[in-house]
Design a protein around this ligand. Structure first.
Ligand code: CAA
Length: 257
């Protein structure tokens, strides 16, 4: 399928989505939101794909929601259209989403990265929620996802001052899982996604579901759900294969059922 604002391609068992509005620092327009969600949903439904990588350019993952598109909104328009709620489609994708962030991940760009499951940052990555400088506040989940993952102190600091944090600070406070050399960002993200794709897909989906649940439910309910998902893996051939391979000291051949 041809897209205007992104590129979507398969790299082996990995679905790669690249933001492609270089002249606008990959600012997230409404069309881009629709295209990213459609591409991710298509990869989610494609049995050949095991994980999805979302990336931008070495200058910008995405510099936020498109300010030029939003500048003249009336309140009623924003409210009635429930502006930016369309990104919630991305959070319903069941396969792992890996954000490969180089350069600026600001505002909505930071928020889309936070919707992903693993966040790999290039050394030059910069994260921030500068909405306050525009007379608004984050509107794609920043206040909520940041507060849950990095706590109140850092979240208030970022949201109320609009300052940026570099890759090291973002790793130290827990939103970035690995920092890689800027030149190797995509290669590393694809390598990680390929590794995830090699595992049993039912186990991978259940693991993502269980970890995601930790952000939504009280501990007792989350623990019970994790256990049920864990029990369910014993209904799969892949569990038999994975454990037999371990005992027989060979590599497992997962069949995704
Ligand atoms: N929306 C629309 N256009 C944007 C943009 C954005 N978020 N960010 C950058 N651009 C455009 C610039 O307007 C500029 O276009 P022109 O050449 O036509 O003027 C082009 O991209 C290049 O940008 P700069 O010349 O500003 O590049 P720079 O290297 O000097 O600065 C930057 C880079 C620090 C990222 C700066 O562009 C910037 O501060 N961008 C805006 C960041 C921002 O405020 N993001 C939050 C948006 S609101 C939001 O996201 C709300 C939400 O939560 C849903």
């Amino acid at each position: 399928m041809a897209y205007e604002t992104i590129r979507s391609e398969m790299r082996g068992r990995v679905g790669l989505i690249t933001f492609n509005r270089p002249k606008a620092m990959n600012a997230l327009s409404h069309l881009m939101m629709k295209e990213v969600c459609k591409a991710a949903e298509d990869f989610d439904a494609d049995g050949r794909i095991g994980a999805i990588v979302l990336t931008g350019s070495d200058k910008a993952f995405a510099a936020g929601a498109d300010v030029k598109e939003m500048a003249d909104y009336a309140y009623s328009e924003a409210f009635l259209d429930d502006v930016w709620s369309g990104w919630e489609r991305l959070t319903r994708v069941r396969k792992p989403l890996i954000a490969a962030v180089g350069g600026y991940a600001l505002g909505g760009g930071c928020e889309v990265a936070l919707m992903c499951d693993i966040l790999i940052a290039a050394e030059n990555a910069k994260f921030g929620q500068p909405e306050i400088t525009l007379g608004i506040l984050p509107g794609m989940g920043g206040t909520q996802r940041l507060a849950r993952s990095i706590g109140k102190a850092k979240t208030m600091d970022l949201v109320l001052t609009g300052r940026m944090m570099d890759a090291k600070e973002a790793e130290n406070c827990g939103i970035v899982s690995r920092i890689v050399e800027t030149a190797n960002l995509l290669e590393e993200a694809l390598r990680i996604a390929e590794k995830v794709s090699d595992f049993s897909l039912p186990a991978v989906l259940a693991a993502k579901e269980a970890v995601s649940e930790a952000f939504e439910t009280p501990l007792a309910a989350g623990l019970r759900h994790e256990r049920r998902l864990f029990h369910a893996t014993f209904a799969t051939d892949d569990q038999k294969e994975g454990m037999a391979a371990f005992v027989q000291k060979r590599s497992p051949q997962f069949k995704n059922h």
